[in-house]
Design a protein around this ligand. Sequence first.
Ligand code: ATP
Ligand code: AMO
Length: 431
Amino acid sequence: MYERKYTSDIGADDVGKKVLLYGWVHEVRDLGGVVFVLLRDREGIIQLTCPKKRNPEITKRARKVRRESVVRVVGEVKEEPKAPGGYEVLPDEFEVLNEADAPLPLDVAEKVPAELDTRLDARFLDLRKPRIQAIFRIRHQMLQSVRDFLTSEGFIEVNTPKIVSTATEGGTELFPISYFEREAFLNQSPQLYKQVLMGAGFEKVFEIGPIFRAEEHNTVRHLNEAISIDIEQSFTDHEGVMKVLERLINRVYTDVVEKCEKYLNWAGVKLEIPEIPFQRVTYDEAVEIIKKRGEEISWGEDFSTPALKLLAEEFDSHYYIVDWPTEIKPFYAMPYENEPEISKTFDLMAGSLELASGAQRIHLPDLLEKMISQKGLNPESFEFYLSAFRYGMPPHAGWGLGADRLLMSILKLKNIREAVIFPRDRTRLTP
Ligand code: ATP
Ligand code: AMO
């Protein structure tokens, strides 16, 4: 028996030895007396060199194997400067475990370019491309770093229900579902539950889970099912959780740079670690900047996409917009005591892309009930939430960070769908 190796593990130590490889046929080049097969596994590509004079049977098999078939190979490692990576394998065993059909719905070797929709339709093939694999290897590191960082800061990972009875971020973007005899919804955010857990005494919680939003429009930064990284923390304010957020972003970048060099190369991305603390601009200042740059906006409006593009030109790669009008933030955001028309809220921007938003929350039940009514919502449908505020709710704050948007911004992807293995949008429900 031979030890199974990944293609990337083959090095000087293996020269003259036999190795066992499993993978996919990336390309076949037939030169008559010799057939070259590029074998691809999840860690890279190696050249299999099959000369007729070594084993005519294997040369024949290599010549007719179809691209993307799955193979098992045992062969001898040789140094070969002309081979990609500097080594080649001369097979003594070449077994086709599963022959692929032809023609392929998508060219994994990328000699024929394909539109995003075609790629997503044949996503299992698209994902075989090293450049695309790299995105999800980096996504894995990103989520690992988030877990490691928040755990090291004393946050406890929780899971909250995704089948819920109320909206949290405004009513229009809800997906209704039928739940036995009642109407229920897919959750837009773990907002209410993470706050209730502050009333349960956990003090610091985080969740990495799906959020569902019935976004009507197809944009390059909206999904209908996204992954949100949420935290909630007691005995702190918006300032406190903004510091956690910027340290987290810094840690994710640092880890990806240190641990994902190979995949960053596959993805063709060079990263600069954003410096912390991040710059800040108040909502009021941002409105002034936008007006000065000649774009129309009045106080109390959300920023349009062109306005956000102008703002991005004024700041570093990452910056906070703080102190938003209370009117345009959700009911749970804490207004300033001396100036209740603005709130203790923030958005984290990466250029013109909103990465996260958060706030100090209202922890006083009477004020909370008043704000729910003011937003035109019925406090009765929030009873499970409100009751947690009446028996000892600490002051608290938190944020929600879009994991797909974070990856999109780290890898400078032009469309958020590139950051998701099987994205869900207005028109896509398969695969
Ligand atoms: P929220 O947190 O309020 O739900 P969001 O997470 O959707 O907002 P963005 O989409 O980044 O955040 O919002 C930035 C701005 O882009 C919005 O203020 C709005 O002006 C604009 N915008 C939001 N949704 C759309 C859309 N579907 N199509 C075009 N522009 C949009
Ligand atoms: P918000 O609605 O801003 O805040 O959502 C938080 C973050 O989640 C991401 N996000 C999305 N990503 C892709 N597609 C979508 N349709 C989508 N919607 C949201 C964004 C966004 O910044 N409860 C608050 C958070 C809090 O205050 O703790 C909330 O949900 O990156």
